[in-house]
Ligand binder design. Structure first.
Ligand code: UDP
Length: 140
């Protein structure tokens, strides 16, 4: 399988509970390497732009409010099949459906406050990585 990059965000519910290290351990234990990392507090405009694909969904406004409610940690994860692997490590969107051992099963508070974001395709990964990082900041 090819080496890929994917974009991960540790969401405000997880930074608020100081879970960044525990979540990063899940990535590293499962063969993903953190090639770039940035802690930031998104503006409303940035959160709306990042989640523009969901702008017509009923949960959009609440999601934006949640994403600007505290700091996030944006990261580039690198590894074999990193996009799908990260989705497996994250678990299902709704923690009630997330497999045991996944980040969302262990840490998520709700379907909204579900601790992590992960790109869901190669196209999304490229676009989302460039949203947060310049090439010079990504060191694999
Ligand atoms: N979300 C929500 N309510 C829903 C579905 C999704 O609040 O009914 C939020 C949740 O934080 C989720 C994000 O919107 O992670 C993006 O939704 P998506 O369906 O893309 O899920 P993901 O790819 O994050 O698993």
């Amino acid at each position: 399988m090819a080496i890929e990059r994917t974009l991960s965000i540790i969401k405000p519910d997880a930074t608020r509970r100081n879970l960044t290290g525990k979540i990063n351990a899940k990535f590293e234990e499962n063969g993903l390497m953190i090639a770039a990392t940035k802690r930031l507090h998104l503006t409303r405009a940035q959160a709306e732009a990042f989640y523009a694909v969901h702008s017509a969904r009923p949960f959009f406004n609440d999601l934006v409010e949640f994403m600007i409610s505290g700091p996030v940690v944006a990261q580039v994860l690198v590894g074999e099949g990193a996009i799908l692997k990260n989705r497996d490590i994250m678990g299902a969107t709704n923690p009630a459906n997330a497999a045991p051992g996944t980040i969302r099963a262990e840490f998520a508070e709700s379907i909204e406050a579900n601790s992590v974001h992960g790109s869901d395709s190669a196209e999304a990964a490229a676009q989302e990585i460039s949203f947060f990082f310049a090439e010079i900041e990504i060191v694999a």
